[in-house]
Design a protein around this ligand. Structure first.
Ligand code: URA
Length: 209
């Protein structure tokens, strides 16, 4: 599918199956999401530009590759985004972090923003927006709009699971923003849940149900 990278590495698929299982504990769910986040981050950062720096190994001098330019920003859509964010920061500890607080009205499924904090120089950085579930795409799209208002233009979106309806709506609202996901599920139900999915990612991550 154009604009969508399916990260279907066997380890990702195995860990995702464990996450979907309703008998998986909160602690395991959180740990598995953190582990999958590492593998998703590996893919979404695959084409980051490199430069070189002169270093000396114990044996010789060399021009060693290092990341070029400013560090990326990971923009977490609260609260479930934080479950992915933790693993992403394990891999890229020097990344900057933006938090976008959005909840969706359970009746209308419309997004409501309640918090926003991001680095000032978003326009100079790659911004990777993270939320485990791309369902209606309302929250993802609202978060990206807000980040654009603050100057972001080089934007990618990372999720764990996507509904086909969510991908379609996202691509209409945010053309040109690439999506990275571990799976594309069957459909979105009338309550805005991804089927078969894994339930409410925030509740399962934080044990709130
Ligand atoms: N958000 C979730 O946590 N789960 C879904 O299935 C859809 C949106």
């Amino acid at each position: 599918m154009q604009g969508v990278t399916l990260v279907d590495h066997p380890l990702v698929q195995h860990k995702l199956s464990l996450m979907r299982d309703k008998s998986t504990s909160t602690a395991s769910f959180r740990q598995l999401l953190r582990e999958i986040a590492l593998l998703l981050t590996y893919e979404v950062t695959r084409d980051l530009k490199l430069t070189t720096t002169r270093i000396e190994t114990p044996l010789a001098a060399m021009d060693a590759p290092i990341l070029e330019g400013k560090k990326p920003v990971f923009a977490s859509i609260l609260r479930a985004g934080n479950g992915l964010l933790d693993g992403m920061l394990d891999l890229v500890p020097s990344a900057r972090v933006a938090h976008v607080g959005i909840y969706r009205d359970p009746e209308t499924l419309e997004p409501h923003e309640y918090y926003f904090k991001a680095p000032e120089d978003l326009g100079d950085r790659l911004v990777i927006v993270v939320d485990p579930m791309l369902a209606t795409a309302n929250s993802a799209s609202a978060a990206i709009e807000k980040l654009r208002e603050r100057g972001a233009h080089d934007i990618r979106f990372v999720c764990l699971l996507a509904a086909p309806e969510g991908i379609e709506r996202f691509q209409k609202a945010q053309p040109g923003v690439p999506i990275y996901t571990a799976a594309i599920d069957e459909y979105l139900n009338d309550h805005g849940y991804i089927v078969p999915g894994l339930g409410d990612a925030g509740d399962r991550l934080y044990g709130t149900k």
